[in-house]
Design a protein around this ligand. Structure first.
Ligand code: GAL
Length: 427
């Protein structure tokens, strides 16, 4: 098959990217993406509903770029818990995939600082992406005037999912979300007394996901956002309160949590052994896959707090330095940013389009609520999903959180650790 020349290659600003093509071997030795007719796409969407989302995107890619073979470089493990380390080894060994999944925001800075990804702002100009994405998102993607990735979606991290049946059985009205944090904590007591798991979580990153949802609710948007620019102290009393809430909630979670990835934790709600699960809205794709319907089978709300908050993250794709087939990468970036790509992918993934011009009328109930929240509520960047913190900062928070939830440290030591980590990592 011959490689087609893309519109991107006609542009004058593409010399750097075209030059990169010379770095790729023609023997396919670079992770399967090096034969010039293929694009190796590195993600952690390896299984279940996440793979179904990726498959929907690949279908559009195959229609739009039939002469380029999609090579699936997925590495299992929610939130990139295994993929990110493997990616780092490959990047350091000079063996990058043609493109990899990363989160818009602070996480990208790691790759930019290490000169592991290439500026793709010429592609933004060619495809009109500056106009297609919300200004606030383009800002989060811009570093020193350059843009290093293209978003495929916007996910919400701070969602509480509830089992309609389990809540009803325990005498809790599922149609009315708790009005305060105290009421939510009282519900967890009631559920524990009823003999079900009140709140399901999984391994470290899902615990950090829970922690950030509590911090958003308890601190409110301004103070939460201040945790990352030094204007809110991690050793403040309001953070202590949030950590106390976290400790209480962890006390009401499944004891097998450390061995579970997010689909297992969410499955407990699907199976009716757990009442609540705090998880990003990729969970809605798992509920769909299991045939569950909103309201009848599950409900959703954010943890009650002072502000209405959308916990923000966006999956975005990069052009790595030395990518074997940058033309293929650009074709992938074209598809994921196209209206058709964003429509198909987000319908399947539980997220909302990053583009503002996609017709979302046919999006289901949950995503309609996310669209409204993203438009109207305060936006707070996710910790667990690389929007607020660098990879190093997140890893340190995850380690401290694991030690705390395993009982190796007490609350004061945990808060001190989070404070020290912030001092080392804050900009
Ligand atoms: C996030 C990612 C989502 C979803 C989730 C669970 O980091 O942005 O798309 O895949 O992890 O794996």
């Amino acid at each position: 098959m011959r490689r087609r020349n893309f519109l991107f290659l006609s542009g004058g600003g593409l010399a750097a990217a075209v030059g990169l093509a010379a770095c790729g071997g023609s023997d396919g030795s670079s992770g399967g993406g090096g034969d010039g007719n293929s694009v190796e796409v590195f993600t952690w969407w390896a299984q279940g509903s996440e793979k179904a989302g990726l498959d929907a995107l690949v279908e559009v890619f195959n229609e739009q770029h039939p002469d380029i073979e999609f090579v699936n470089g997925a590495v299992a493990g929610g939130a990139g818990s295994a993929a990110k380390d493997m990616l780092q080894s490959r990047l350091q060994a000079g063996d990058p995939p043609d493109t990899f999944q990363a989160h818009a925001g602070a996480e990208l800075n790691d790759y930019i600082d290490a000169a592991q990804i290439v500026d793709v702002s010429d592609l933004y100009d060619e495809l009109g992406l500056r106009e297609a994405f919300p200004e606030s998102l383009v800002e989060r993607l811009t570093a020193d005037g350059a843009i290093y990735s293209v978003p495929s979606n916007i996910h919400r991290s701070n969602v509480v999912w509830g089992s309609t049946a389990v809540l009803t059985e325990a005498g809790i009205d599922p149609s009315t979300p708790p009005a305060s944090m105290d009421e939510f904590l009282a519900q967890l007591e009631t559920l524990a007394a009823a003999g079900v798991t009140p709140l399901s979580v999984g391994a470290a990153w899902t615990q950090v996901n829970l922690l950030e949802a509590i911090l958003m609710a308890d601190l409110g948007a301004a103070a939460y956002n201040g945790l990352f620019d030094g204007s809110t102290a991690w050793d403040s009393a309001e953070v202590t309160t949030a950590l106390e809430h976290f400790e209480t909630m962890i006390g009401h979670t499944n004891t097998d949590r450390d061995g579970l990835d997010w689909p297992d934790a969410t499955q407990q709600l699907i199976d009716g052994t757990a009442a609540y699960n705090v998880m990003g809205d990729w969970a809605v794709a798992a509920f769909d896959e299991a045939g569950l319907a909103p309201q009848d089978d599950y409900v959703y709300f954010e943890l009650p707090g002072a502000d209405k908050i959308f916990g923000f993250l966006a999956d975005s794709f990069t052009l790595p330095e030395g990518a074997p087939n940058p033309d293929g990468t650009r074709a992938w970036l074209d598809t994921i940013s196209s209206p058709d790509g964003q429509l198909a992918f987000n319908l399947a993934k539980g997220s909302i389009p990053a583009r503002t011009d996609v017709d979302t009328a046919e999006f289901p109930e949950y995503q309609q609520s996310a669209l409204t929240s993203f438009a109207e509520d305060e936006i707070c960047s996710s910790i667990a999903h690389g929007a607020a913190t660098s990879v190093g900062w997140l890893n340190a928070i995850s380690d401290a959180t694991s030690q705390f939830t395993a009982g190796a440290t007490d609350l004061a030591a945990y808060q001190q650790a989070l404070t020290d980590i912030a001092a080392e990592n804050a900009a």
